[in-house]
Design a protein around this ligand. Structure first.
Ligand SMILES: [Zn+2]
Length: 384
């Protein structure tokens, strides 16, 4: 487990209504009080890289307003940030990408503390030093939190795609990337069926998926001839979408895989807090960082899930989070008909794909017609 960077924190009194039990249900829609800073700096303190929000006479902070991000916006933007950072071909430094994110959405840590400090009626520039210190966070901690969130969310969406018979995301989940390693839960399906059961003994794994995968990978290394054909593209139509092929059927284990997802979700801290406006003490979820907000939002989404056989039949709650089938970015779906993230290139790809499908359908229909014609003209020929 990650050991926390030791900046002393004096927990301030709550200055806004807390995220109570009832609110957690709407965690995705709630606008959070993230304090934004115009500029950041970075430094190395005690051998640790830290990112520092600048707060002084020349650099001010921006108070949360109605444009501040909702839980869903925080979750999707963090997922997309991780995806970009993780891209082997990304040329922008990940440090700059993180700072860009902070400048756009808000300081990622000490959410409540910072809000309390900057809205304190007694605030003056003498406190700027303490605001900077409170908002400072460690780069490694951010990367750790981001990676964990990203891999869990990717696993969730890969599972959801399986329900709709889309295996590509699951297939590519643990491929090598720059920083965050995807969860390996789908690996065994890549070669499971190709193996003679008597040739490999999985009993030593005692049902532990990770150990089974390790055994299978070892077997595969020692028996390269058991490799499956990974490139299953239809070579006649290089334009067709990448068709991937698992040897096994991960959907058969949907329930087990879903349980794995539930297991890796973090637990949440609920504490009693006093609402200064109403003077009432309430149970409230602890929101220290944007990752707490993102996890609460993801947990809410998962808790709203229907059984797989019902998926797609029901109208999901307003503004569900989806993955763009063209670029893989997460986005908030505003209407049922919205399929892509909205980027021009993705919309263009979608139009192309639809045209391709139409053409393929027409080709098939034409071929069927020709075949019927040939068949009725020449009953004796075998046509297969
Ligand atoms: Zn897209």
């Amino acid at each position: 487990m990650y050991d926390e960077f030791d900046y002393e924190i004096n927990r301030p009194k709550l200055r806004k209504p807390a995220l109570g039990f009832g609110d957690i249900g709407g965690a995705g829609q709630i606008i959070y009080n993230l304090v934004r800073f115009e500029e950041y700096d970075w430094d190395n303190v005690k051998d640790r890289d830290v990112i520092i929000p600048l707060c002084d006479a020349n650099h001010s902070f921006i108070l949360p307003n109605e444009k501040s991000p909702t839980g869903k916006e925080i979750l999707t933007s963090l997922y997309n940030l991780a995806k970009k950072i993780n891209d082997l071909h990304d040329e922008r430094s990940f440090l700059y990408r993180i700072v860009d994110w902070c400048k756009q959405y808000g300081n990622p840590y000490a959410v409540d503390e910072l809000y309390a400090m900057v809205t304190d009626p007694g605030y003056d520039h003498a406190q700027d030093y303490w605001i900077e210190k409170t908002g400072t966070f460690e780069l490694n901690r951010f990367m750790y939190d981001l990676g964990r969130l990203n891999t869990t969310m990717a696993f969730y969406f890969a599972l959801e795609n399986l329900v709709f018979d889309e295996e590509a995301m699951a297939y590519h989940l643990s491929e090598e990337e720059r920083f965050f390693e995807g969860l390996p839960f789908f690996e065994k399906y890549k070669y499971f069926d190709d193996l003679q059961e008597e040739e490999i003994d999985l009993s030593t794994a005692e049902g532990d998926l990770r150990k089974e995968i390790a055994l299978l990978a070892k077997y595969r290394k020692e028996h390269p001839e058991a490799d499956t054909d990974e490139d299953c593209l239809d070579d006649d139509h290089p334009d067709e979408e990448d068709e991937v092929m698992f040897a096994g059927i991960p959907y058969d284990d949907y329930d087990d895989l879903y349980d794995k997802l539930i297991d890796i979700m973090p637990s949440f801290t609920i504490r009693v807090r006093r609402d200064p406006k109403t003077q009432r003490t309430v149970f409230a979820a602890e929101v220290e960082s944007v990752f707490d907000i993102a996890w609460l939002t993801l947990a809410r989404k998962i808790a709203d899930d229907v059984p797989p056989e019902e998926k797609g039949k029901h109208q999901e709650i307003k503004g569900p989070i989806k993955i763009c089938p063209f670029c893989g970015d997460a986005f908030i779906q505003n209407s049922n008909r919205q399929i892509t993230c909205g980027k021009i290139e993705c919309n263009r790809e979608r139009t192309k794909r639809n045209k391709r499908r139409e053409r393929a359908k027409k080709r098939q229909a034409d071929a069927a017609q020709d075949k019927n014609a040939t068949y009725s003209n020449n009953n004796s020929s075998e046509n297969c």
